[in-house]
Design a protein around this ligand. Structure first.
Ligand code: ADP
Ligand code: 5GP
Length: 196
């Protein structure tokens, strides 16, 4: 019997609803924990260091890259983002499954480094819906929304690389689909119906 995969990579363009879907996933599958990423971008209002991200300066980020501290790291919209090996290993050692919420370049690196990681690509129902969500979230300037949408066009081209794709149209249905994929991979090595 294959060993249960313990690392779940949730990827897809900014604003597609990854964070929202992951909140639903963690409520429904409490044995999962979210890895706290490192970033060089500024905290948004309400974001706390060590909770939403570990906020580092570019120099500190570089030092940690040189020290080999990252499982994966990438530059996104001019800022750097990465997953610390220590974050991942501490959680895995405690027996938890770990969820990574990361952009596509990082997802590719995890896939290359960890053959048993399960990656799920979250896709928007349309480009218009993606724009509306990014604007509606209210966390990014108009210029930043445009930059993220340009990046999203490239990220959406990566969708066929992923065995699991969830279209986040109706939130409840998309959450059910994500939970089903994760429980399936945890229990049997394949998707199954979600026990609700
Ligand atoms: P991401 O983590 O991928 O950047 P978020 O989870 O922050 O995306 O979601 C972006 C915005 O879209 C948020 O305001 C969220 O409430 C909204 N949203 C998420 N999923 C849906 C959905 N299925 N339908 C409509 N709005 C959604
Ligand atoms: P935001 O600035 O909106 O918090 O994140 C921007 C993008 O970076 C999102 O697509 C988010 O998923 C991604 N991201 C967050 N943490 C990481 C990480 O540790 N590694 C990588 N590669 N991307 C990340």
């Amino acid at each position: 019997m294959p060993s249960a995969p313990k690392v779940f990579v949730i990827t897809g363009p900014s604003g597609v609803g990854k964070g929202t879907l992951i909140r639903g996933l963690l409520e429904r599958v409490p044995e999962l924990e979210l890895s706290v990423s490192v970033t060089t971008r500024a905290p948004r209002p309400g974001e706390q260091d060590g909770v939403h991200y570990h906020f580092l300066t570019p120099d500190e980020f570089d030092r940690r890259v040189s020290a080999g501290d990252f499982v994966e790291h990438a530059t996104y919209s001019g800022k750097r983002y990465g997953t610390l090996r220590s974050e991942l290993e501490r959680r895995l050692q405690s027996g938890a499954g770990v969820v990574l919420e990361i952009e596509v370049q990082g997802a590719r690196q995890v896939r290359a480094a960890m053959a048993d990681a399960v990656a799920v690509f979250i896709a928007p129902p349309s480009s218009e819906a993606l724009r509306a969500r990014l604007v509606g979230r209210g966390t990014d300037s108009a210029e930043e929304v445009d930059a993220r949408l340009r990046t999203a066009e490239r990220e959406l081209e990566a969708q066929p690389e992923f065995r699991h794709v969830v279209v986040n149209d109706r939130l409840e249905e998309a959450t059910d689909a994500l939970v089903s994929i994760v429980l399936g991979e945890m229990n049997t090595g394949g998707p199954q119906a979600s026990p609700r």
